[in-house]
Design a binder for this molecule. Structure first.
Ligand SMILES: *[C@@H]1O[C@H](CO)[C@@H](O)[C@H](O)[C@H]1NC(C)=O
Ligand SMILES: *[C@@H]1O[C@H](CO)[C@@H](O)[C@H](O)[C@H]1NC(C)=O
Ligand SMILES: *[C@@H]1O[C@H](CO)[C@@H](O)[C@H](O)[C@H]1NC(C)=O
Ligand SMILES: *[C@@H]1O[C@H](CO)[C@@H](O)[C@H](O)[C@H]1NC(C)=O
Ligand SMILES: *[C@@H]1O[C@H](CO)[C@@H](O)[C@H](O)[C@H]1NC(C)=O
Ligand SMILES: *[C@@H]1O[C@H](CO)[C@@H](O)[C@H](O)[C@H]1NC(C)=O
Ligand SMILES: *[C@@H]1O[C@H](CO)[C@@H](O)[C@H](O)[C@H]1NC(C)=O
Ligand SMILES: *[C@@H]1O[C@H](CO)[C@@H](O)[C@H](O)[C@H]1NC(C)=O
Ligand SMILES: *[C@@H]1O[C@H](CO)[C@@H](O)[C@H](O)[C@H]1NC(C)=O
Ligand SMILES: *[C@@H]1O[C@H](CO)[C@@H](O)[C@H](O)[C@H]1NC(C)=O
Ligand SMILES: *[C@@H]1O[C@H](CO)[C@@H](O)[C@H](O)[C@H]1NC(C)=O
Ligand SMILES: *[C@@H]1O[C@H](CO)[C@@H](O)[C@H](O)[C@H]1NC(C)=O
Length: 633
């Protein structure tokens, strides 16, 4: 205590001297305010200038804590002696340094300074720091710096309401709670809806705030937002923002956003066909969804308008119709019932199931006479515009549901497929088929007279192919025909193909007859025997203008012709047999003049064959009244 009293004696003495020495004074200059984070280091500078000469200068630091109120000394120095006061809360945390600063521009004397450093700033340190400079006779004065301390709050924590909120209730509903912990000084909480600030307004927004001061002296602020929600707020985002002071600034931290579940009543219900896209055809699976503008979606009931007392088995908002048929076409309805108001809403959808029935093909007669025309129709009932095309052997032969074949030929024989499609619904397709057979006199392929050069003693093949319905019957005739060997015989319902082989001995004419109920066609082969010494057994084929085709016309005429033919054949047969018996049948004949240069001994036979043929031709011309040439078929 002696240590402490001594300076006061000096103070008293010099105070007296100071009053006596009027001019002497001291100027103290300090910053008004100093700001520092809690835990930081606060430096408070005190500058003083004496107008006169000083001997002893006593400097003391006092603190008036914001909360404590009383003025407490924390430091004393008179030069040689320095005291840090015990038990002030600053003991051990402060340091004082003295130094001389450069002269003040306007200052009269040398300027000196003392710097108080407070380490590890406490919240309680907030208050006024007073620097008292006592130069005894030279004057006494003091300055003051206010120290403000800061602590940033923890980031704000927002907690939204998880339960749904009914729209358009009378009172604002609780939306969320926002908490900012441990800040100093007290932080502020601001609420945002999307990007706009919310402020308490009479009926729309109510914000309540609760501030607690922790034992540490820090503030925790909790704010609760009540908001009158409407349907349009279902996507609105809410968040809070905490603003707080820091040394020299204001800082802000935003919370996460929260959204709310808004319950609002259903005003409208409607139906939507989800699959298939586009038109619906029979056999499809149709998915119909019921939609509403309410939340949560109300329970739905599906019905058909024409069967109002029968609920369809929907699955929540989905109605699945599998393998639909045209009977499923109609107006579908979806009903929703508001459980609060018992109000019923209905949505409708007109479903059209399209169909294409099996094709019905009609044909008067599947067998048609050669040259006649035939008409077939292909019909398929459809709910949509359809398209029909006819195919034969995979080739399109006609379009439209009527098929007309004019001038039927054997080529017209075959299967015709009509294909019905619906252009607007490619999945719909059907087809039907018919078989058409053309009836007529056999038609021999390559009916020209064929001239063949055959090597003597070598075998030659003769081929004859005929089309016709009923199936042509191919027979061969010619000298020694009974010995010819048939090496190929192929027949179909309307064609026949025969190949015979025999050994060439001399020139001869072979005849292929293709006959059916309707008539006969004939083809001649002129075979010229070439002596085996001759080189190049080339087979040459030339055309002849005298082929034959016989058509039966009227049973009487036909019978007459047949009888004449049989008679002629009998005569020819017996002549040939006679010659054969006498060993005098060496060669065949032809109507071709160039090949008919024969030995004189066989001239009579040649003449006979020629005359027979011309007779027959004349006869036929007379009977039919018209010439028949192979090219006319
Ligand atoms: C301060 O207290 C310490 C012990 O707590 C003591 O040693 C010291 O002398 C005291 N100083 C003054 C100036 O009272
Ligand atoms: C005061 O300053 C000195 C030297 O700068 C340092 O060693 C000491 O730790 C400081 N004391 C306090 C309490 O800060
Ligand atoms: C907020 O934003 C959402 C979409 O971002 C919007 O749907 C909603 O209407 C907005 N709310 C307000 C009140 O502007
Ligand atoms: C907090 O709100 C008060 C009152 O509106 C205002 O004076 C103060 O400056 C605000 N604090 C911050 C950090 O914005
Ligand atoms: C909030 O929105 C997210 C997606 O933005 C969503 O997943 C979540 O379910 C919503 N929460 C509520 C309560 O609406
Ligand atoms: C679809 O329905 C038709 C008759 O409406 C029936 O013949 C057919 O077998 C059904 N198909 C399937 C896959 O159930
Ligand atoms: C579909 O084809 C039938 C004949 O097969 C025809 O009678 C009917 O008019 C066609 N329907 C449409 C819409 O073209
Ligand atoms: C049928 O064929 C004959 C002879 O080939 C011909 O004169 C006639 O014009 C044809 N008729 C039609 C409708 O094609
Ligand atoms: C019949 O078909 C054959 C080939 O198959 C062809 O050479 C001939 O010209 C066709 N005839 C007619 C009249 O179409
Ligand atoms: C005819 O219809 C059947 C089944 O409907 C189909 O399998 C066939 O491919 C069709 N034929 C043609 C030529 O379109
Ligand atoms: C005649 O036909 C038969 C059977 O097709 C064949 O083996 C033979 O070689 C043919 N002969 C001649 C000369 O073409
Ligand atoms: C075919 O001709 C042969 C010989 O003339 C005869 O035996 C047979 O009965 C005929 N067949 C038919 C189907 O006319």
């Amino acid at each position: 205590m002696a240590f402490r009293k001594k300076p006061f004696i000096f103070v008293g003495l010099f105070a007296f001297l100071a009053t006596w020495q009027v001019q002497a004074s001291v100027e103290v200059s300090m910053e008004d305010r100093k700001e520092e984070y809690i835990g930081g280091k606060a430096e408070i500078q005190c500058r003083y200038t004496f107008s006169g000469v000083t001997d002893v200068v006593i400097i003391q630091w006092f603190v008036i804590q914001k909360n404590g109120g009383s003025r407490t000394r924390i430091y004393y120095t008179d030069g040689p002696q320095t005291v840090v006061d015990n038990g002030t809360g600053f003991t051990g945390r402060i340091n004082v340094t003295r130094f001389t600063t450069s002269r003040d521009a306007e200052g009269p004397g040398p300027s000196e300074a003392i710097l108080l450093t407070v380490e590890d700033v406490h919240l309680e340190d907030e208050g006024d720091f007073i620097c008292q400079v006592n130069g005894m006779v030279a004057g006494i004065n003091e300055g003051k710096t206010q120290l403000r301390v800061f602590e940033s709050p923890e980031p704000p924590v927002i907690e939204g309401v998880h339960t749904g909120i009914n729209a358009d209730t009378q009172e604002p509903s609780k939306i969320a709670v926002c908490k900012a912990r441990n800040g100093y000084p007290k932080p502020n909480i601001t609420w945002y809806q999307n990007l706009t600030t919310l402020q308490t307004t009479a009926s729309q927004v109510v914000i309540t705030e609760q501030v607690t001061q922790e034992s540490s002296g820090l503030f925790t602020v909790q704010s609760e937002l009540h908001f009158k929600v409407s349907k349009k707020d279902k996507d609105t985002k809410f968040y809070c923002e905490v603003s707080f002071f820091v040394p020299g600034a204001v800082k802000m931290t935003e919370s996460n956003t929260v959204n709310i579940t808004v319950f609002y009543p259903t005003e409208k219900v409607w139906l939507r066909k989800e699959s298939p896209d586009g038109l619906v055809k029979e056999g499809d699976t149709v998915k119909i969804r019921c939609l509403s503008d309410g939340y949560p979606p109300p329970p739905f009931t599906f019905r058909r308008k024409d069967k109002e007392d029968e609920d369809l088995p929907g699955n929540l908002d989905l109605l699945l119709l599998t393998n639909v048929s045209r009977a499923d076409s109609g107006m579908y309805q979806c009903f929703s019932l508001d459980v609060d108001t018992f109000e019923e809403k209905v949505g409708e959808l007109d479903l059209q199931v399209h169909h294409l029935d099996k094709a019905v093909v009609l044909l008067d007669d599947p067998v048609v006479e050669q040259g006649d025309s035939v008409t077939a129709t292909c019909n398929a009932q459809s709910s949509l515009e359809n398209w029909t095309a006819w195919f034969k052997d995979g080739v399109e032969v006609s379009v439209g549901h009527i098929l007309v074949l004019q001038n039927a030929t054997f080529n017209s024989t075959g299967e015709y497929i009509c294909e019905v499609t619906v252009p607007s619904l490619p999945g719909l397709q059907t087809n039907g088929s018919i078989s058409i057979t053309v009836r007529g006199v056999p038609e021999i392929r390559d009916q020209e007279v064929t001239a063949i050069q055959g090597m003597v003693k070598k075998s030659v093949n003769l081929s004859c192919e005929a089309l016709g319905y009923p199936k042509p019957n191919i027979t061969w005739s010619g000298p020694g025909a009974q010995d010819w060997r048939e090496v190929l015989k192929r027949e179909t319902e309307n064609s026949a193909h025969s190949v015979v082989t025999f050994t060439v001995t001399s020139d001869l004419t072979a005849i292929c007859n293709a006959a059916n109920d309707i008539g006969t066609s004939t083809k001649f082969f002129n075979i010229k025997a070439i002596p085996s010494t001759t080189a190049s057994p080339k087979v040459t084929v030339t055309m002849s203008p005298y082929p034959k085709k016989v058509k039966k016309e009227g049973s009487g005429v036909i019978i007459a012709v047949i009888i004449i033919c049989i008679l002629l054949l009998a005569i020819l047969g017996s002549v040939l047999y006679f010659l054969y018996k006498k060993g005098k049948l060496p060669c065949g004949r032809s109507g071709k003049q160039t090949i008919s240069s024969e030995k004189s001994s066989k001239d009579d036979i040649i003449m006979e064959m020629k005359s027979e043929k011309s007779e027959e031709a004349v006869l036929l011309q007379g009977v039919n009244g018209e010439k028949k040439f192979p090219n006319d078929q």
